[in-house]
Design a protein around this ligand. Structure first.
Ligand SMILES: [Zn+2]
Length: 172
């Protein structure tokens, strides 16, 4: 097997599940416009299902995810496109409780990876958020202050509780 081939063995379960999924696929009529006018910036954490926690389905909202739900250059770039071209009128930045990115300092995570895997990751900025509410306030204001975004886009911050499913708005 050469390195260019698709790793079918590794993805066999996913491909089989998709074969089932397409049998009852019902979203072929959708466009890329967010039907509910919403974008959610959240963490990659596997406990968060951003659409279902707000009673939404495919086509309703734009979902942007990364480690810690941080507002990075790429998030801002994506939000500009989402607001001008894809119907987004409100943005919710939504980190969560029990987040690995809020449980340690940047240096601790680098040290952990170095110790466990022997890889020096210090040239990467993980953007940990030990003070989660402070980081959230900074991220929300980063979007609000971004000059390319429409002034009438509404931006809010909230924290998702992974043990109850509840979203708690944060004043910021
Ligand atoms: Zn997280």
């Amino acid at each position: 097997m050469n390195n260019n081939s698709f790793p079918h063995d590794a993805f066999s379960k996913e491909l089989a599940a998709n074969d089932e999924y397409i049998k009852s696929f019902k979203y072929s009529g959708l466009t890329g416009v967010a039907q509910k006018g919403l974008a959610i910036v959240t963490c990659m954490d596997s406990r968060i299902n951003p659409l279902s926690i707000m009673g939404m389905k495919s086509g309703d909202a734009k979902i942007l995810r990364n480690a810690g739900a941080r507002v990075t250059e790429d998030v801002l770039r994506t939000l500009v496109l989402a607001t001008y071209l894809l119907g987004v009128k409100k943005i919710l930045v939504m980190p969560h409780t029990n987040c690995r990115m809020a449980s340690a300092e940047e240096a601790d995570i680098h040290e952990h990876i170095q110790k466990e895997f022997g890889v020096d990751t210090r040239s990467l900025e993980f953007r940990t958020a030990k003070d989660q509410e402070k980081a959230l306030a900074m991220d929300v204001s980063r979007i609000r202050a971004f000059p390319f975004l429409n002034k009438d886009v509404v931006v809010g911050g909230a924290i998702y509780d992974v043990t109850t499913g509840k979203i708690t708005p944060v004043e910021c």
